[in-house]
Design a protein around this ligand. Structure first.
Ligand SMILES: NC(=O)C1=CN([C@@H]2O[C@H](COP(=O)(O)OP(=O)(O)OC[C@H]3O[C@@H](n4cnc5c(N)ncnc54)[C@H](OP(=O)(O)O)[C@@H]3O)[C@@H](O)[C@H]2O)C=CC1
Ligand SMILES: C[C@H]1O[C@H](OP(=O)(O)OP(=O)(O)OC[C@H]2O[C@@H](n3cnc4c(=O)[nH]c(N)nc43)[C@H](O)[C@@H]2O)[C@@H](O)[C@@H](O)C1=O
Length: 316
């Protein structure tokens, strides 16, 4: 990939998009473009096509989506289904119509069936039913994967899908209603520590297992897909290691220095029991994560403390 290739990063202000932007800049890429949702609403089909035809990007990295944790997904099924389909359909279809040869689509590990064998291999896609708390988001993501696969098959273009496990890191969403578990725990433990080590209430039973990847490692996987023509249509991206939500809570409690009690709110959903990724395909190609979980949590907590004044209360 030439360093002056014009690369459009959709969602460049988000957690993943901003990490991809930083990583590409560090590697010497000089022709990156991005638009905020205020400047370009990706739900608007005409505006997306017009943007491509005016700006003429050569590659598109799609890190734009309606994103949220278990409760947001469960409470806003229509937005998670429809907005995600609109955003990705407009980005993908207009890319095909504009002659864009390379497109990297980001999905999510929730595309795989709720009770699929572990670790999750790419070929388990569409073999059984989805987890109900996020099936709406998952169905949107599956249609994105299939759209890119169809374009590969019919038009022989390099449209590829990467399926990240649960991600976290700098520029994460720390809003307690809409965030994922890891940033929620950082905020809850920190605020409880500052409040005389008061109790921390977490959701569900603490028994589900999750795998977490630091966002800079995700960005490296995107850059790998950018710089290489990957032979298949779908690749899992993760660490290959998971832990229980209770173990995650204990790790974050230690990093933040909270010394109080953890209470589990059984009225909140657990979600899928386990979704560990089989990452052998990406490992065989040469990509591997670098940041271990404890290190990543420490980096994220540091960033949280540096940016604590900026967090908005409500995202959705
Ligand atoms: N976070 C996670 O744990 C995981 C994320 N993923 C996937 O990774 C990708 C990036 O997620 P992440 O960085 O966490 O999400 P963020 O919420 O941090 O960022 C999403 C970005 O999408 C943009 N966006 C949303 N709606 C629109 C719209 N209508 N028009 C234009 N832009 C829009 C936002 O732009 P703006 O800021 O300008 O409003 C935002 O910057 C997504 O595809 C997500 O599904 C997959 C697995 C796990
Ligand atoms: C990336 C992935 O993210 C979502 O799936 P999820 O992994 O289930 O999401 P989560 O990170 O919000 O929760 C993980 C686990 O953690 C528990 N949990 C405890 N205490 C808190 C808590 O305070 N907040 C949150 N959010 N969860 C908590 C929670 O009950 C659950 O058991 C998808 O909808 C979809 O967006 C997707 O693809």
């Amino acid at each position: 990939m030439k360093k002056d290739t014009k690369i459009y990063i959709a969602g460049h202000r988000g957690m993943v998009g901003s990490a991809v932007w930083r990583t590409l800049e560090k590697k010497g890429y000089t022709n990156l473009i991005g638009r905020s949702s205020k400047d370009l609403d990706l739900k608007n089909q005409e505006a997306v096509l017009d943007f491509y035809q005016t700006e003429k990007p050569e590659v598109v990295i799609d890190a734009a989506a309606k994103v949220g944790g278990i409760l947001a997904n469960n409470n806003f099924p229509y937005q998670f289904l429809m907005e995600n389909m609109q955003i990705q359909n407009n980005l993908i279809d207009s890319a095909l119509k504009s002659g864009i040869e390379k497109f990297i689509f980001l999905g999510s590990s929730c595309i795989y069936p709720k009770f699929a064998p572990q670790p999750l291999k790419e070929e388990y896609l569409l073999t059984d039913s989805l987890e109900p708390t996020n099936e709406w988001y998952a169905i949107a993501k599956i249609t994105g994967v299939k759209a890119c696969e169809a374009i590969r098959k019919q038009f022989q273009k390099d449209y590829v899908s990467l399926m990240p496990t649960n991600l976290y890191g700098t520029h994460d969403n720390f809003d307690l209603k809409s965030s994922h578990v890891l940033p929620a725990m950082i905020r809850k433990f920190h605020e409880a520590k500052m409040n005389n080590n008061s109790d921390v209430t977490l959701w569900g039973s603490g028994t589900p297992m999750r795998e977490f990847l630091f966002v800079d490692d995700m960005a490296e996987a995107v850059v790998y897909a950018l710089e290489n023509e990957l032979p298949e249509y779908l690749y899992n991206i993760g660490t290959g290691e998971d832990l229980t939500i209770k173990e995650l809570a204990e790790t974050i409690q230690e990093v933040t220095g909270h010394q109080g009690t953890i209470v589990w709110d059984a009225d909140k959903p657990d979600g899928t029991p386990r979704k560990l990724m089989d990452i052998s395909k990406m490992h065989n190609l040469g990509w591997k994560h670098k940041v271990d979980l404890k290190q990543g949590i420490e980096k994220t907590y540091t960033w949280f403390l540096e940016n604590i004044e900026n967090f908005k209360e409500v995202k959705l």
